[in-house]
Design a protein around this ligand. Structure first.
Ligand SMILES: CC(C)(COP(=O)(O)OP(=O)(O)OC[C@H]1O[C@@H](n2cnc3c(N)ncnc32)[C@H](O)[C@@H]1OP(=O)(O)O)[C@@H](O)C(=O)NCCC(=O)NCCS
Length: 183
């Protein structure tokens, strides 16, 4: 299990106590605005199990972030292998989801930079990607804030959604090891 620390956050493995706050976050329609639906408690529980399995199999996946001062669950940030066919795959994605109470503090960017450092420094990856529904400006702002650049030729229709779904069109951002280490 990977454990990283930033100035304000602990990035750690999934624990039983994460399920309730994780499920509450996934049940919030404002957090899930750019996903097809909110998740039930059961779906969130399955999602934590899958995350634990992915860590066991691959060595890394999206992991919880914990606020150092309070010990509270502050969402998840992490790396995962892109799990669908795409012109940019195989690739490793950096991703994030925080409860609304934790927005506007810089936590997503702080944790994402630590994960990029891990991706390039420890895993030795040459590139990390990120993608989101075109309208998700907050997520796109995180991508820009951490030094990622939009690949304007890389926009794609997410295969999990019908082509005419309003969230289908996704934008693609990339960052290379050389860009990360020189910024
Ligand atoms: C995407 C998401 C993680 C972005 O959260 P966020 O809080 O906007 O992003 P950050 O954690 O990087 O914080 C940046 C904000 O904190 C502010 N901030 C406050 N204190 C700060 C500090 N010490 N350091 C850095 N930024 C700080 C910044 O000014 C910025 O605010 P602004 O948006 O008003 O300019 C969040 O909106 C979310 O979880 N959305 C739902 C899930 C989702 O869409 N995930 C992505 C799917 S691909």
């Amino acid at each position: 299990m990977i454990r990283l620390e930033t100035e304000r956050l602990i990035l750690r493995g999934w624990e039983e106590r994460d399920i309730a706050p994780f499920a509450a976050m996934n049940a919030d329609a404002r957090v899930m605005e750019y996903f097809p639906s909110v998740l039930t408690l059961e779906e969130s529980g399955v999602s934590v199990e899958r995350a634990q399995e992915r860590v066991a199999q691959v060595g890394f996946h999206f992991q919880p972030i914990e606020e150092k001062t309070s010990g509270r669950f502050a969402g998840f940030v992490g790396l995962t292998q892109v799990a669908f066919d795409a012109p940019f795959a195989p690739a490793v994605e950096v991703g994030w989801r925080l409860p609304m109470a934790c927005w506007g503090k810089g936590y997503a960017s702080e944790a994402a930079v630590a994960w990029l450092d891990y991706a390039f420094g420890t895993l030795g990856l040459e590139e990390v990607v990120s993608f989101t529904a075109e309208a998700n400006q907050r997520s796109r702002a995180v991508m820009s804030r951490i030094g990622m650049t939009q690949d304007t030729d890389g926009s794609f229709l997410h295969p999990a959604l019908a082509a005419d779904h309003p969230l289908a069109l996704h934008v693609l951002y990339r960052i290379s090891q050389s860009t990360f280490t020189t910024t």
